[in-house]
Write a protein that binds this ligand. Structure first.
Ligand code: GLC
Length: 741
């Protein structure tokens, strides 16, 4: 690896145009790689010298392809500084893991870290240097399509998951054939767009921003995340990509981030659309002054930086600072010593990890731990042994390979294990009666996917050649003969993800009709729900005897679902994001303020903080999740009666598996600051521990609550805890502890 001095000398030997070119990221079509476009097609026109010396390309993958791109690039390059290869490996490369929102529900950071490590290994084997992950946006509005990329609504859980992913991707060094640099995104608060509408403005108090929306990004920086990506949204009127306060004062000065700050896709150019720059050179100037090191796919830096320096609008030192961040990252990756990072033998060896058995087993475990049992009136698990009992497997996801979510672009569809395949493996082909039952979409439904032609309910029907009535009739016939029905319902994976904002969270009418008709002829119906977001499913809650939220579970989803249905795996997931009764409740979060007139369910009152047409609480709250077994707690206690500044305390107790299955219980610790100089949330998660227990096994747990984790911005604007009573909720108990004067 080069010394800092050598990297600085490299910078000093660059011409101004070469420096500017290092700050550009282009799509693969400028080179020999035909990459995947993940944003609006930009007719990017750049001077050839800028292309010849560009710093990076994105979303081109494959060791062979990228080796050729690098070879040809270096042939034409004067300064021989290699390209950086970045891509969106959000939940896996060739082996696809559950979508991140599902991974959040596992409450198992160690397993999530192992998944990220496997994804990094496959990404590095595919020639990549950087993944645009983790997404640390706090998400409390299910209308927004990108909740599927987050790990949900809770600050504490997000921080733990983001740290796990950064550590998994980056390992102990970036200069290894099994790690890649992580890029935390989208900085900042992109997950709080008004009305849940994609790219919409974000407006919130600095207090809310600092207490709730920034901590997960900060956690990533503290975990050593090598890159940060700016977000598309305005934050209190200023686009994040032009936001000096956010990017220089908070990120660089307060948090000490010294890595690469990259814009999101064309976000610098889009400062004109935001109306904060009249011309593209003004947009370029705003970006560089806000400290954005690299311009993703927009022509702003490539067309204007040189002139802005030559005409004295920006000091060359400002460009140097950005180039240095990029050269230092290339150096950390080993690229300045070897443009191909590793010899051919190493790269050939690493190909064996792509989709390997070990990674698939990991994906299956994580998928199983990410699924959340929302209801079970004794019909799950289904015994593998009762060969006489027929199982009807019905619905649009029964044999679907659409299990990987909207951000999985590098996997082989034929490697996806469908639910039907998984169930045949576990229960045997003879026990299964299968039928599609309904289409995924209403006939008149249509929407634009991430790429390609519109997805329409009409096209579904044309392709099938069957009518809604025929599908329904066939399914009802099977259901009436079966002992139990597995009914698969949900949304298309492309109805969530970027550009996937929705105003309606209900299942389509054709699926609701299927549910109704099946439940008329069979009283043992288990619904498996496939979605990239919490859906509004009161009719499923009312009619089905069991509900398993499976999200988009990835390559091994079918085998994980079959293992859960048969009891080979016992569900242990808990919701990382609340499920509403209806879209009107959004945005929704459990950690809310009580208001002056909280709803008292036992005292109906017009003058209370509720709705006249819906409950004030979610259908299923954050942290909810059932098991096949049962757990009991005893002796839950605090290790002290009071604590002071800097003094941590512990929640201790014993948890026992009192049921008939082995299982994992996640002990959740919530804390409430009962009275503060500002109103404080009814409860906030401040610790959790996932514990695996065999039948009748019991263990003592001890969860440390750090005083610094209870601090907030007081009415005087000071970040501290205040004297008074704190309630601790754990193991079904409510305990109290005093913060002393
Ligand atoms: C997209 C997304 C971002 C992604 C980037 C590169 O627009 O906002 O999450 O990493 O562009 O594909």
């Amino acid at each position: 690896m080069k010394t800092k001095k050598q990297v600085r000398e490299l910078l000093e030997n660059l011409s101004l145009p070469e420096k500017a070119a290092q700050l550009i990221q282009l799509t693969g079509n400028f080179f020999e790689g035909s990459g995947i476009e993940t944003g609006p097609s930009m007719g990017v026109e750049l001077p050839p010298e800028m292309v010849r010396h560009a710093g990076s390309i994105l979303n081109v993958t494959g060791a062979e392809t990228l080796r050729k791109v690098q070879e040809n690039y270096l042939k034409n390059s004067k300064n021989k500084i290699p390209l950086l290869f970045m891509a969106d490996v959000i939940n896996g490369y060739r082996t696809v893991f559950p979508i991140p929102l599902a991974q959040g529900c596992s409450f198992n950071p160690e397993l999530v870290k192992a998944g990220a490590k496997a994804s990094a290994r496959e990404s590095a084997a595919a020639g990549l240097h950087v993944t645009f992950s983790p997404m640390a946006d706090l998400c409390r509005d299910s209308r927004w399509g990108r909740v599927m990329e987050s790990t949900g609504e809770d600050v504490w859980l997000n921080r733990r998951m983001v740290r796990a992913m950064v550590e998994g991707y980056q390992g102990d060094s970036l200069d290894t054939p099994q790690t890649v640099a992580a890029c935390v995104k989208h900085f900042a608060a992109y997950g709080a767009p008004e009305a849940g509408r994609e790219y919409n403005s974000v407006d919130m108090s600095e207090k809310k921003l600092l207490e709730e929306y920034l901590p997960a990004y900060k956690e990533a920086v503290e975990a050593g995340c090598a890159l940060v990506m700016t977000s598309f949204n305005t934050l209190n009127g200023i686009p994040a990509t032009a936001n000096k306060w956010l990017n220089r004062e908070i990120l660089r000065e307060q948090w000490g981030f010294d890595g690469v700050l990259i814009s999101d896709y064309a976000a610098i150019h889009e400062l004109m659309e935001h109306g904060v720059a009249e011309t593209e050179d003004q947009a370029a100037e705003l970006g560089i002054r806000a400290g954005v090191d690299m311009d993703m796919v927009s022509p702003a830096y490539g067309n204007h930086l040189v002139k802005l320096v030559e005409e004295g609008f920006i000091p060359e030192e400002m460009v140097d600072e950005c180039v240095l961040h990029i050269l230092e990252l290339k150096n950390r990756l080993g690229l300045l010593d070897n443009p191909f990072r590793f010899d051919q033998e190493t790269m050939d060896r690493e190909q064996a990890c792509l989709g390997c058995k070990e990674h698939k087993e990991l994906a299956k475990s994580l998928a199983g731990e990410s699924m959340v049992l929302l209801k079970n009136e004794g019909i799950l698990p289904i015994s593998e042994r009762s060969s006489g009992k027929k199982i009807a497997l019905i619905g649009p996801f029964a044999d679907s390979r659409l299990l990987c979510g909207s951000w999985s672009m590098f996997y082989q569809e034929e490697e996806v294990v469908t639910l039907q395949q998984g169930m045949e493996e576990v229960f045997g082909v003879d026990r299964l009666l299968t039928a599609e039952g309904s289409f995924l979409l209403e006939k008149e439904e249509e929407f634009l996917p991430f790429k390609g032609q519109p997805i329409t309910g009409r096209e579904e029907r044309e392709r099938s050649g069957k009518t809604d009535e025929e599908l329904l009739r066939e399914a009802v016939g099977l259901a009436s003969e079966a002992d139990v029905v597995i009914l698969t319902l949900g949304e298309h994976p492309q109805q969530s993800g970027e550009g996937g904002a929705r105003t309606n969270l209900c299942l389509p009418g054709c699926q609701r009709k299927l549910l109704k008709e099946i439940c008329k002829v069979n009283q043992k119906v288990a619904v498996l729900l496939f979605s990239g977001r919490p859906l509004a499913i009161p009719e499923v809650e009312e009619k089905a005897q069991a509900i398993l939220q499976v999200w988009f579970p990835g390559t091994e989803g079918g085998s994980a679902m079959a293992d859960i249905l048969s009891g080979r795996m016992v569900p242990s997931g808990r919701l990382a994001m609340s499920f509403p009764w209806c879209v009107g409740q959004e945005p929704l979060a459990y950690s809310r303020l009580s208001t002056g007139r909280p709803v008292r369910p036992d005292q109906p009152n017009r003058f209370s903080s509720g709705y006249i047409d819906a409950p004030d609480r979610p259908l299923y709250p954050f942290g909810f999740g059932l098991s096949y077994t049962a757990f009991s707690y005893r002796d839950v206690r605090l290790d002290k009666k009071e604590f002071g500044k800097g003094e941590d305390f512990c929640v201790k107790g014993t948890v026992k598996n009192t049921g008939e299955y082995p299982g994992a219980e996640t002990v959740l610790c919530f804390v409430q600051d009962v009275c503060g100089s500002t109103a404080r949330p009814e409860r906030e998660l401040k610790g959790f521990e996932k514990i695996f227990l065999r039948q009748e096994e019991e263990v003592e747990f001890s969860i440390t609550i750090k005083e610094e984790e209870l601090r907030f911005i007081t009415a005087e604007g000071v970040f501290e805890t205040e004297p008074g009573i704190y309630r601790v909720f754990a193991g079904g108990e409510t305990l109290e502890i005093r913060r002393k004067e």
